[in-house]
Design a protein around this ligand. Sequence first.
Ligand code: MIC
Ligand code: SF4
Length: 638
Amino acid sequence: MSKSIVEKIIKKQLPRDNFVKNDEVEFEVTHTLLQDSTGTMSALQFESFEISNTQVELSVCFIDHNMFQEDYKNMEDHQYLQSFSSKHGLYFSKAGNGICHQVFLERFAKPGKILVGSDSHTPTAGGIGMLAFGAGGLDVAAVMAGEKFSIKMPELIGIKLIGNLTPMVSAKDIALELLRILGVKGGVGKILEFFGPGVKNLSVPERSTITNMCVETGATTSIFPSDIITKRFLYSQNRVNDWIKLTADSNTQYNEIIEINLNELEPLISLPHSPGNVKKVNELKNIPVNQVCIGSCTNSSLRDIKIVSQILKNKKINENLSLVISPGSRQVLQHIIESGELNDIINSGARLLECACGPCIGMGQAPFSGSTSLRTFNRNFKGRSGTNDANVYLVSPETAAASALTGYITDPRSLNIDIKLKMPKKFMVNDNMIVTPLDNRSDIQIFRGQNIKPLPIFRKLNNKFYGKILLKLGDNITTDDILPATAHILPLRSNIPEITKFTFSNIRSTFYNEAIQKNGGFIVAGENYGQGSSREHAAIVLRYLGINVIIAKSFARIHIANLINFGILPLIFRDKDDYDKLKEGNELELNLDNFDELVLVEASGEKYYVKHNLSEHEISIIKAGGKMEFIKNKLRGK
Ligand code: MIC
Ligand code: SF4
């Protein structure tokens, strides 16, 4: 029988012939990725399992998000993570070495292997043919402790690429086209597998731009074949021995096929405030731009920065805007220094930022109030830039650079610039900022600064809940809405009592005080609650406030896993119309004696029937009070 790439990877471990949608499948993971903003929690959780070394083939921890170092906090977290990595056998990529997904792709990713990372954009490694999943920090800690990783088996969607991109149209436009087709929840419960004659026309970093942004469709993950182009990329990174060939068999049966003709694509743009609001760039006329940001794990590879330098060469950017550029890794930066392309960029009037996430996570470069910012990033959720009323648009590096020259949103084809991209056969590999684990680690002491607070302990769930509906929310609530990031909040990621004060702060500034006063309660939401980031803090802070139940029309994949991991019950309306009937302030009671018949009873006596999609295993986790307790019990042999 013909097999897809995904089946070939998973089937090495699972003997089943047919995967049934929504069946819980478990597999062993070979690689893990941590980054600093979710990693401190994950590291603390791993430590609490009292296991000496990471149990997977290769684990890496990166510093790339929390890089402001405005006071002692961030650097203390970095020190903690470095000593944690040394002690437990993880590679450690130091602050300034680059964005986790870009560096992972360059130096660690291997086709055919399975990666779980504490960052929602972990599927970026799908561009090299790795089966890669984003997860909450606790799931990554559990995998490092030797637990298997489980998912509900998604459907397999084949994305057939035909043709070739035309000048000034790039991989980002393919990603935006997929978002135009699928929207921000069309990928939920699906893995997107790329195939077709157009695939060979895309380099590995271009493929990774696409797998990076497929996350925004809600897809579980996405993957490209590993072919001769992949082999060339690994050769250029001095890693050709990591290559294996991995392609789908011809006649693979996908649940659905979406075909994209690359020749027909045009430059696309996501309008504020959702990656799914996609339009053609040339439909937008005369929109002045105040800021342009180029970088992030979506668009900061050497290919992208080279294109930008060619567009900017011998020109001057518009004087009314600010252009900032962050190369994705030191490797990219060193190359453009050496080749002189950095000079072309700087000459045009651009500002250079560190090789880090930076403005993408609101770590600096917050645009001015009411302004328009054009970014090559993957998310433009309201407030994520650090400015609640800024208008953030998402575009390709070509559109960003062209608009930086003209000062308004510009179709890059209209500038008639002739681009000749010449990529090096070998990249400038320099691993000086990667710390390799030592063989003898027994004497290593873990550094614990004042910013690292103990993990909160959550008790077993009660059988009955009473409380008020504290907040009623609409569709597509993001984890940035639940717990914002940005420069003043991110440093508190290792301090749950403090960071909890910012829960829903962009939606209702009084939420924290109300929740404390009422001693918890219920949250009601629409479709796709929890889309976006993998930050488990968005679950932990609610549990910390005594919120044990969330009732929504539907949930996003990583977030529902995080809710379960921290003992919060994710419930779904049986009848979606009940959503309209429930109001903020309503008092509810929920009895958990029978998980198969869950009814919310309002103080007036009115009943609302709800259900869950939890497996037996997930119910046991919730009943134990969360996954930490569940795993600890297991390790203790209880
Ligand atoms: C993001 O892109 O939103 C982040 C910041 O990388 C997050 C992780 C975080 O919230 O710390 C993610 O996507 O998982
Ligand atoms: Fe960093 Fe932004 Fe990528 Fe998240 S999406 S990993 S914040 S660059």
